[in-house]
Unconditional design. Structure first.
Length: 186
């Protein structure tokens, strides 16, 4: 990261720099956080969280990171090539709604990658890997019993649940004696 900053026309002044973080003169910080759900908790107030290789990040880690943006109203960016039709990255891409901006650039649109190279990669990797790594396609996993589309097609809101759904309408109430602890700080 520091090496890249040194290539900028107007190199920012660092006030702190170590293996896991750096701070800039303007008050901005870049922090590398642990990659496990159990050790990432407790960090808050992030203005931007970038989850690299999001298709490979455990869902538990993703759901542990989201509350870090609750107070700051910061942004969450998921970057990845696909890795099957599963997980939070696939769900956000497929069903995330308008709150997600999706940018997809397959290798076939990148002028720096020769078509001959892509042809060789397809031969070497096989179609399943190639379509995900180079064409940005979510391909069904090879070890699943039923195809994703078949399972989703079998679901219906017209069928009553087999078991009763728990009532969670009163689980978020804040008692009046702790309410002052959650007021916004001026």
């Amino acid at each position: 990261m520091v090496a890249h900053l040194r290539t900028l026309e107007h190199e920012p002044t660092l006030t702190e720099s170590n293996k896991l973080s750096l701070a800039l003169e303007n008050g901005s910080r870049i922090v590398s956080l642990p990659g496990t759900e159990g050790t990432i908790r407790g960090f808050s107030g992030a203005a931007l969280i970038v989850e690299d290789e999001a298709a490979r990040v455990a869902d538990a880690l993703y759901y542990a990171v989201r509350p870090m943006l609750a107070v700051s109203g910061g942004r969450l960016v998921l970057m990845s090539t696909p890795f099957g039709k599963r997980g939070h990255f696939f769900e956000a891409w497929q069903d995330g709604g308008d709150e997600w901006e999706r940018i997809e650039i397959p290798a076939t649109r990148c002028p720096r990658i020769a078509p001959a190279f892509l042809d060789e990669e397809r031969r070497q990797m096989g179609d399943w890997w190639f379509r995900q790594e180079y064409l940005c396609e979510f391909v069904a996993t090879t070890d699943q019993v039923f195809a994703y589309d078949l399972v989703m097609g079998a679901l219906s809101d017209d069928v009553a649940p087999l078991f009763p759904v728990a009532d969670t309408t009163n689980t978020t109430a804040i008692d009046t004696d702790v309410e002052p602890l959650f007021k916004a700080v001026p």
